[in-house]
Unconditional design. Structure first.
Length: 117
């Protein structure tokens, strides 16, 4: 089984969640719980740093889709940052660039949230 880890970093203007390893049906619930916790805390500006994500399955992609409407209804957003070419191709194939802002650097994603405020 491949390792997966998730690191949450609460800062201004958004919370950064850094993903590492394989995001699949076995590990997606951990990301789901983290996003639920953020929503419970009223934190709806989220940057997902994909820099160390090696693989994402449909279950992992489903986590993003499962929360985006509620987050945007509450005035927030999810921005994706630092995806490898391999991970970006999966997002691109499924049309995610039309739904999500995918930025090359985490700092750019944080700056976008600063501009929203």
């Amino acid at each position: 089984m491949n390792n997966f880890s998730l690191k949450r970093d609460d800062r201004e203007p958004a919370t950064v969640i850094s993903l590492k390893g394989y995001l699949d049906a076995h590990t997606a619930p951990e990301l789901e719980e983290t996003i639920k916790s953020l929503l419970d805390e009223g934190k709806v500006k989220i940057v997902i740093n994909l820099n160390e994500l090696d693989y994402i399955s449909s279950a992992g992609l489903g986590v993003f889709m499962g929360f985006i409407e509620e987050i945007r209804d509450k005035g927030g957003d999810i921005k994706l940052a630092e995806a490898s070419d391999k991970v970006y191709r999966v997002f691109d194939l499924l049309g995610f660039p039309m739904l999500y802002e995918i930025l090359s650097k985490e700092e750019e994603a944080l700056k976008r949230f600063s501009e929203m405020s």
